[in-house]
Design a protein around this ligand. Structure first.
Ligand code: ZN
Ligand code: ZN
Length: 288
């Protein structure tokens, strides 16, 4: 009967709900993102908050039936161990998922969050806050985290650059097999600095998220990229069907990390990618 009443306790229900939620969050490819804050900082804060809540719930459940200092200490150690094991399991899960990666530092943030959660509950118990109020406080924190995470993942795509990011991509432009000069240094935050890289550091929402496109790079340098051709900042223009010097018709073809883009105009720049922009002679296979 004791086990049954344990299962009916609101704390146990909250613990189960939270573990299910954490495992779901660990397995989804969408990462929490708050633009303008460095991504590693957001990730660390998410790990801290997740395990603060987890350990404080487990500690609350265990400490209730173990009075005294020794009971509290045992409960704290058990809560820390269980929360750390769950964190390690989540990291293990991420190491086998293609879109996520496991990090030892994540587990350290888990442990730090768990320790703070246990310390917070221990303090509230010492000042004799009723357990139901402690549970209500943790429940409110859970609701806040769930709502915040849901809004963040609905609004922001973590694959896109936002204000606060500074990304770089290698790129090259060739026309009928001839390498073109780098795009000149141009104003804006999604642009060439004149060198071999495209710099992506959006300054405002007009350059961020889905607006940080390859088209924007051309536009800011005074050129233009369309689905079927490009105009260089120095005036030269190439459209599908135009002839290369060898007499063959050419076409625009843009590759990112070796994969040809369907529509280069809507391509949103990533980080550490290799972008090849070609106006190339169309292969004629039946040639002698
Ligand atoms: Zn720049
Ligand atoms: Zn840069």
């Amino acid at each position: 009967m004791r086990q049954l009443s344990f299962l009916r306790s609101p704390t146990t229900i909250l613990i189960i709900a939270w573990v299910v939620y954490l495992i779901y969050q660990s397995s989804t490819p969408r990462l929490l993102l708050i633009p303008a804050l460095p991504r590693p900082m957001v990730s660390a804060a998410a790990h801290l908050a997740a395990h603060f809540i987890l350990a404080s719930l487990i500690f609350t459940a265990l400490a209730r039936s173990r009075p005294g200092l020794l009971g509290g200490l045992k409960s704290a150690l058990a809560a820390l161990a269980i929360a750390t094991l769950i964190g390690a399991f989540a990291e293990g899960l991420q190491s086998v998922l293609p879109d996520r990666s496991a990090q030892v530092s994540d587990v350290l943030f888990d442990v730090a969050g768990a320790l703070s959660g246990i310390a917070a509950v221990a303090f509230l118990r010492i000042v004799r806050l009723p357990t139901r109020l402690i549970i209500a406080a943790i429940g409110s924190a859970m609701a806040l985290v769930v709502v915040g995470t849901t809004v963040s993942t609905a609004v922001w795509n973590p694959a896109y650059p936002y204000v606060g990011d500074h990304w770089h991509n290698v790129y090259a432009i060739s026309v009928c097999g001839v390498r073109q000069p780098s795009l000149p240094s141009a104003p804006g935050g999604v642009h060439s600095h004149g060198g071999e890289l495209l710099h992506v550091h959006p300054r405002d929402s007009s350059e961020a998220g889905e607006n940080a496109t390859l088209s924007l790079v051309f536009k800011s340098s005074g050129g233009e990229l369309t689905k079927s051709g490009m105009t260089m900042p120095w005036g030269a223009s190439y459209s599908n069907g135009d002839l290369c010097p060898d007499g063959r018709a050419g076409e625009l073809a843009v590759f990112v990390d070796g994969v040809r883009l369907e529509d280069p105009t809507t391509y949103v720049l990533g980080n550490r990618q290799t972008i090849i922009i070609m106006f190339r002679a169309i292969e004629t296979r039946d040639q002698a």
